[in-house]
Design a protein around this ligand. Sequence first.
Ligand code: NAP
Length: 276
Amino acid sequence: MKRACVIGWPIAHSRSPIIHNFWLQELGIDGLYEKQPVKPEELAQFLSSLHERGYSGCNVTIPHKEAVFQLAKPDAIAKRLRAANTLYFADGELQATNTDVEGFWASLKADVPGFSIEGKPAMVLGAGGAARAVIVALLDAGAAEIRVANRTLGRAEELAGLFGDKIKPVDWAKKDQALSDVGLLVNTTALGMEGQPSLEISLENLPPKAAVSDLIYVPLQTRLIEAAQEAGHPVSGGLGMLLHQAVRGFELWFGKRPQVTPALRSLVEADVRRKS
Ligand code: NAP
């Protein structure tokens, strides 16, 4: 039996087992995906015994995404993001990669068919780990400029230092005005998530054809997505990114490339509804 897991502290909230065990069953693979609570001080020991524990690899979540970087060999995308979310064995070594970039982009393309940001500016709200993945996806897709508005401006400035001149830090108070010519608005902050303050933003200046993406998936439909839909913008919610980022990990551990289907989406949506 092939096995993989997700490690984090805490880990009870993770929906990754629902996704991977659905695919294992659907594809008829004799395998298991489980949660493993791993404290920060146990991380090095856990990873050094990953193979002995019978695992082909694992997902990595808070608070280990940066720490694993020192304990596994990062690929080019993990190095660009300075964080990893997926570990697997290749050439006898534990390798680290990051699938959030492709998860974000695949989800956006699936929800907004024909979407392109090439040659256009984009606006990213937030400057944390998720913002890095979104920025890399947009740079690779040819965005002309990526405006980053963040409550703490210094963190947006750090991203400009990390990713170059196309990143333009924007004062949080001026985010509404900076929307007038963008092709995409993405919320990567925690605002609008269940239990968090709401995101206060006016979409008045947003061009009618601009797409709106929100990485939050609890609730499944955020107020930002609702407001954008009401104003006629194409939209992309956060659940798709969670589902699409899981595809490559599954393929690396279990050897088959799975599909993100409506049946999988319904299963995870039901879990989100049940627990919120
Ligand atoms: P993070 O590194 O902790 O960053 C959090 C961001 O939210 C920062 O930019 C922070 O601003 C901002 N923020 C938090 N509270 C705020 C407030 N009250 N007012 C204004 N800004 C506030 O977290 P992350 O890993 O980037 O994740 C961010 C969000 O994306 C979370 O909601 C997470 O669930 C979601 N996410 C979704 C997926 C998916 O697959 N759909 C994947 C990754 C993340 P400061 O810098 O000023 O603190």
